[in-house]
Ligand binder design. Structure first.
Ligand code: AMP
Ligand code: MG
Length: 488
């Protein structure tokens, strides 16, 4: 049936992955299908929704041309190196080149045990699968590079976490699943040949135009560092907390990957975490740039042997690269935050304005998304009351707003154009945690209505959708203590 696979990763040497089949599940039924993405991949939706299609999405049937493998990788988890992680509950079916010429992995997540499962059951639960689906698809709609969700299938089996939960399989689509941890896996084994193959493969797949004057490894390092800097800047601008920025969860493609204990901020708090296991706050919202830089330093170490045969020289070259990254990341973030305020250049104290606003927002725990969206409306000249109402000290905010309006009036375009520009970067809708949880609870009880409504609204996050204003509102006090659990 249907899938036109063209596999390349499975052709790499044996030690890159383990050949393994998904473990069939008892009673697969479709929870959600991403028809838009299916179309991009040239997969007819009616075939995917048929019993044979659902069997494929559940791992019960292997489509022709698939070469199922679990990929090997290592990773630093919360700062500690683990030499072997790998796909413990995911299986790559193969690669498809879409109508747009883009090559993408099709992977089942939650499809059973693999040689990399360690103590895990190889399975996933309905809740985390639907969260990954919703949050990932929203990221895509927000214009942020991300893995995508093609489908979610209920397995008809239970998985055991804190208690029994309904099981599910997610079909994940990614431009690849190569992680920083994939390089660390081979570097830790001193496998230069594999490293070199992986560098060539990743460069060809993701950055074919990267200048290679200084060699392939440095070309890849620079490209990945740039992509990660841009990605983290986008996360910060949108108030997104990834939650587990371990090196095995950092894709070299620059896509957001592995939505576990992630969440969008409601009240603005730079040190907010959502993950129950991130007790030290290592991956707190405002620490994400540091986490990305730390991961890139591990990436540099993994590549060092290919950069120069002399370790001291390799270190020198890579340290120079690493030293330049904080400024690169800061510049990417500054561009984002200025755009959120409708300001084109950092001149005339624009960055100071941004910093002051964020400080006030943090002090008053102002809802991050709502504040920027209402500022966008205020840019049109309708008055500042709606934004001011979000602050405990509206008078102070108004003083700030006066300066902001003056600065904004110097930007090209009319007030209406300023507002329209701001609305294109400041979403009205994000997957608010309490709404995601409601949609999941309903889905677990067999009602996909709330999930489908939320999906529909979040597909157009920058558009005002008055009929869905309930989904734009922040949570009430009873929902503030939201946490996710890493036992996904
Ligand atoms: P994560 O924190 O979700 O990125 O996962 C870290 C590692 O644990 C990866 O190697 C996963 O494949 C593995 N893993 C997570 N959950 C399970 C599970 N239920 N069964 C087997 N392996 C798992
Ligand atoms: Mg992971």
């Amino acid at each position: 049936m249907l899938f036109r696979f063209d596999n390349t990763y499975a052709r790499l040497p044996e030690r890159f992955c383990a050949r393994v089949l998904p473990t069939p599940v008892a009673a697969p039924s479709l929870l959600a299908l991403n028809r838009g993405l299916a179309g991009e991949l040239g997969l007819p939706a009616e075939q995917l929704t048929s019993p044979e299609g659902v069997a494929v999405l559940a791992g019960n049937r292997i489509p022709e041309g698939a070469e199922p493998v679990a990929c090997a990788y290592a990773g630093h988890q919360f700062g500690v190196f683990v030499p072997q992680l790998g796909d413990g509950r995911a299986i790559l079916l193969g690669e498809i080149v879409g109508g747009d010429g883009r090559r993408r992995d099709v992977q089942l997540k939650g499809s059973g045990r693999t040689p990399f499962s360690r103590d895990g059951d190889g399975r996933a639960a309905v809740g985390p699968v639907l969260r990954e689906y919703l949050v990932g698809e929203t990221m895509h709609a927000l214009g942020v590079p991300t893995t995508r969700a093609l489908a979610a299938v209920r397995t008809g089996e239970e998985v055991f976490r804190q208690g029994p939960l309904p099981g599910a399989v997610l079909t994940r689509v990614a431009s690849s699943h190569i992680r920083v941890g994939t390089f660390e896996y081979f570097a830790a084994r001193g496998d230069r040949e594999a490293l070199s193959r992986l560098v060539a493969f990743a460069l060809e797949r993701h950055y074919p135009d990267a200048p290679r004057r200084e060699g392939a490894a440095l070309a890849l390092f620079d490209a990945v560092a740039g992509a990660q800097a841009d990605l983290v800047a986008r996360w910060l601008a949108l108030g997104f907390v990834h939650g587990v920025m371990n090196t095995d969860n950092m894709a070299v493609s620059g896509e957001t990957i592995d939505y576990g204990p992630c969440a969008f901020l409601d009240a603005y708090d730079p040190l907010r975490t959502f993950s129950s296991i991130d007790r030290g706050g290592r991956y707190a919202f405002a620490r994400q740039p540091d986490a990305a830089l730390w991961n890139l330093a591990r990436f540099a170490e993994a590549l060092a042997a290919l950069v120069d045969a002399d370790p001291a020289r390799a270190d020198g070259i890579l340290n120079e690269r690493l030293a330049a990254l904080p400024a690169r990341l800061a510049a990417a973030y500054e561009a984002e935050i200025l755009r959120k305020l409708g300001l084109g250049s950092p001149d005339d104290g624009a960055l100071e304005l941004a910093r002051e606003l964020l400080e006030r927002m943090a002090a008053d725990r102002v809802d991050y998304t709502l504040c920027f969206r209402r500022l966008s409306a205020a840019a049109a000249g309708a008055g500042d009351s709606e934004v001011a109402d979000l602050f405990h000290s509206p008078a102070q905010f108004r003083k700030w707003a006066g300066r902001w309006h003056r600065r904004l009036s110097g930007e090209p375009g009319t007030p209406a154009e300023h507002a329209a520009r701001m609305c294109r970067v400041n979403p009205a809708f994000i997957p608010r945690n309490h709404r995601v949880e409601q949609a999941i609870a309903a889905a677990e009880a067999g009602d996909m209505g709330p999930f489908e409504r939320l999906s529909r609204v979040l597909a157009r996050p920058y558009d005002d959708q008055p009929e869905a204003s309930d989904l734009a509102e922040p949570p009430g006090p009873e929902q503030w203590s939201y946490r996710t659990f890493c036992g996904t």
